[in-house]
Design a protein around this ligand. Structure first.
Ligand code: NZQ
Ligand code: ZN
Length: 392
């Protein structure tokens, strides 16, 4: 294992009937709150009313910003910054899935900056002064509730870019699995796909590890595979929802990369280009692309930079692949991964998401805007184009 510093500062308040603690947790960090949420799911579930009552009971001043969209837009970020400045707010409460929490992070970074917040996404501005964030998670998927990353879309430029900073890690997150009972089958499946994809991105490193980081990652994948279908078939199955929720956080909070090199993240890089233009659901895009990226690596004989052992361990330990021929076992592993996504009714072709060939050159260019893609720089624009063609 490589050297590392363990530091995951988000306080997780896990389980049902804990929300009464919300005012106390907020008051540890601020007094005047921006209450940020999405379209209407929190109003339908009654969560909105509960939060408003809790804040009012403790006389906590708040202003609301609603309508944060899936694939959150920079315009919501700008609006959030405006409301905070106008009302002298000092805390952001993000209630929703990854989109709302990501939007909160970009607002938090942007409040102390005089330029346009898009500058953070294009690397023109550095994160310095931030407002603290607390979140109430309502969808298990991104891990944003316990990490410092954010992904923001810009409709004008048709870009979807990521940025992050340790200062943007939420101070606390409430994780009540019952809040996810109302998540649709489709979003539950997309969330489970996203969790597995995060684990895979961090699994496929050139660091050939027979110890804890890879074994932890495999255990989490098995857990998602075991519980995803149950959560879809029985939306109010507490154990299934609880396991998906906690795994979503642990899958992308650095825990599984401590002790190893960074992950690959090429599949995410390509997916963000697709959803930047077509506004598709992140997890659905990953279900299509991830198996094809892995297959491309394998076709290209990646052994030198990415050990075949990774595929074999994944096959053996997660997907029960038993073939004695190594290459055949590796391909079978990829097919089992695809079959898992399909078993959740996730798509396996871009056409199913109404994405055709007309813009794949733009997407390939975008994915490779910094030269090569992924931490191991194994693929460039031409390779991405090929992967996208294979995914049509
Ligand atoms: O807007 P509302 O009405 O709340 O509806 C949302 C939204 O339509 C709905 N939803 C959320 N909780 C619900 C619910 N519906 C019923 N009951 C509930 N309890 O679900 C829809 C999708 O929500 P969203 O927040 O977009 O989903 P998700 O959590 O999957 O977030 C996706 C975004 O996160 C980014 C993605 O690219 C995408 O933009 N990512 C962020 C990452 C990070 N910060 O670390 C990493 C990821 O790889 C990812 O890129
Ligand atoms: Zn993701």
């Amino acid at each position: 294992m490589l050297n590392f510093t363990y530091n995951i500062p988000t306080k997780i308040i896990f389980g049902k009937d804990e929300l009464e603690r919300l005012p106390k947790e907020i008051l540890l960090h601020g007094k005047r709150v921006l209450f940020l949420y999405g379209k209407d799911s929190i109003k339908k579930t009654g969560l909105y009313d509960k939060i408003v009552t809790l804040l009012n009971d403790k006389n906590i001043f708040f202003k609301e910003l609603s309508g944060v969209k899936p694939n959150p837009s920079i315009s919501s970020v700008r609006e959030g910054i405006r409301i905070i400045k106008e009302n002298d707010l000092d805390f952001i409460l993000a209630v929703g899935g990854g989109s709302v929490i990501d939007c909160a992070k970009a607002i938090s970074a942007g409040v102390g900056y005089t330029g346009d917040p898009w500058d953070f996404l294009i690397g023109k501005a550095k994160v310095r002064n931030v407002l603290p964030i607390g979140s109430i998670l309502t969808l298990a998927a991104t891990g944003s509730e316990m990490n410092g990353g954010a992904v923001i879309s810009n409709e004008e430029t048709q870009e979807k870019l990521a940025f992050g900073h340790p200062l943007l890690v939420p101070a606390f997150t409430f994780e009540d699995p019952t809040l996810t009972f109302t998540v649709s089958k489709y979003q539950t499946a997309a969330g489970a796909t996203d969790i597995v994809s995060h684990l895979l991105e961090q699994y496929f490193t050139s660091h050939n590890d027979e110890g804890l980081p890879d074994r932890l990652t495999e255990a989490m994948m098995i857990n998602v595979i075991n519980y995803a279908k149950t959560a879809i078939l029985e939306p109010d199955n507490y154990d299934a929802r609880a396991n998906l929720m906690w795994t979503s956080s642990l899958a992308l909070n650095n825990l599984v990369t401590y002790g190893k090199k960074h992950g690959d993240w090429a599949s995410h890089g390509i997916e963000h280009e697709v959803s930047a233009i077509y506004d598709i659901t992140h997890g659905a895009g990953l279900a299509i692309l991830f198996p094809n990226v892995l297959k491309y690596y394998l076709d290209k004989d990646i052994e030198e930079s990415l050990p075949l052992t990774k595929f074999l361990n994944l096959g053996k330990n997660v997907f029960n692949v038993a073939s004695s021929d190594d290459k055949a076992a590796a391909y079978e592993t990829i097919e089992k991964l695809r079959a898992f996504f399909n078993s959740l009714d996730m798509p396996s072709k871009l056409q199913e998401e109404n994405v055709d060939a007309s813009k794949i050159d733009i997407m390939a260019k975008g994915a490779a805007r910094n030269g090569t893609l992924g931490y191991y720089h194994m693929i460039g624009e031409k390779d991405v184009l090929e992967i996208l063609k294979n995914s049509l």
